[in-house]
Ligand binder design. Structure first.
Ligand SMILES: [Zn+2]
Length: 82
């Protein structure tokens, strides 16, 4: 009996894929070479596909950088008030 078990298996080829951004709902093409990079270089989870479009990923990154900066300033500020 042949098992059709794809667990842990990577696709043997990639095709450009249309993904819908979970944040803004914008459709964006996830190019085959980016998929390959995601799975084989970044070791991305096979289930966590590109769910944010390019601009949302950028916004998300900015937001995290800003949060980190504010946090660091907050820590410094507390020290200074003392
Ligand atoms: Zn988006």
């Amino acid at each position: 009996m042949k098992h059709n078990n794809t667990y842990g298996a990577l696709p043997h080829f990639y095709i450009d894929k249309l993904v819908v951004c979970r944040n803004c709902g914008k459709e964006e093409v996830w190019p085959a070479e980016r998929q390959k990079w995601w799975y084989e270089v970044a070791k991305g989870n096979i289930d966590s596909e590109a769910v944010l479009c390019r601009s949302c990923r950028h916004i998300e990154k900015e937001r995290k950088d800003e949060a980190r900066r504010v946090h660091q300033e907050g820590v410094t500020g507390k020290r200074m008030r003392k």
